[in-house]
Design a protein around this ligand. Structure first.
Ligand code: GLP
Length: 259
């Protein structure tokens, strides 16, 4: 696991540069897109690079998760968030961006179909991730099976409170259920790039990087991934025991290596 500690703008540029390098070398790459506020600067940076010629025309993308039961036109439905924040700002082909269907009649079937759709592409090449204050990735809340695949989950009170800001501050308006890629689904991606900023994420980031692997902090499963990059600002890094070592390692990293 590589930890990079830098200002938020630099982190977004690093993540975007990694995606640009991937798409330039392999235009048919499969991207994993995250919601939440953490990747928004990355999406701004990708939209800017698209104006400078970066193309997504042959790429495909899969979303991490979706609320269950939000009306199709609800602005916080993740499908709409991804459309607004990135898909509509670049040149993905029609149908190239997919997400789990939180309004399906048969939710179990929708989850199995989603797993099959990801597998049919050969899998995600680069997965963007944020992290919840309770250590969840996608919507894999504490207690999630470390071997889980896409399925329905119940959101914790903490996550619903954290996400209430997207629903006018009303916790009661945040859905109680979601469909989410499982931890094993996420672990199948070839490169994981997680972004976290702000002091509220410091404990989760400490557990993710330095804690014991445990379903209590689901993101800790990333320690088992052969290519995981954790991009954090000073505040999110403030509880890392080996912060000085990570800073030194990154400062001395050879230029050719990339993320
Ligand atoms: C939601 C999303 C996660 C995201 C998390 C953190 O729960 N399902 O994918 O990582 O929020 O969000 P933020 O980046 O806004 O802190």
């Amino acid at each position: 696991m590589e930890v990079v500690i830098a200002p938020a703008g630099d982190l977004a540029r690093l993540a975007a540069a990694s995606i640009e390098a991937l798409l330039t070398e392999h235009p048919r790459s499969v991207l994993g897109l995250a919601t939440g506020s953490s990747p928004l600067k990355v999406y701004d940076e990708l939209a800017r690079r698209h104006k400078d010629g970066l193309s997504f025309a042959h790429a495909r993308a899969f979303m991490l998760d979706e609320y269950v039961g939000l009306p199709a036109d609800h602005p916080e439905r993740y499908r709409n968030v991804i459309e607004r924040e990135i898909a509509s700002r670049v040149d993905f082909a029609p149908g190239a961006v997919q997400g789990p269907d939180g309004n399906a009649e048969d939710l179990e079937r929708a989850c199995a179909d989603y797993e099959a759709a990801i597998a049919a592409t050969g899998g995600v090449d680069l997965q963007l991730l944020g992290i919840g204050t309770d250590g969840h990735i996608a919507f894999n809340e504490p207690g999630s099976s470390l071997a889980s695949r896409t399925r329905i989950k119940t959101l914790t009170r903490q996550t619903r409170e954290d996400n209430a800001r997207f629903f006018g501050g009303a916790v009661g308006d945040v859905p109680r259920h979601c469909l989410t890629q499982g931890l094993a689904t996420i672990m199948s991606a070839k490169h994981l790039v997680l972004l976290a900023t702000g002091r509220a994420k410091a404990e989760a980031v400490h557990q993710l990087v330095e804690g014991p692997i445990s379903a209590m902090w689901p993101a800790t499963i990333m320690q088992m991934h052969p290519h995981a990059t954790v991009l954090v600002d000073d505040a999110a890094a403030s509880r890392l025991q080996l912060a000085d070592y990570y800073r030194q390692t990154y400062a001395e990293k050879p230029d050719w290596q990339g993320l």
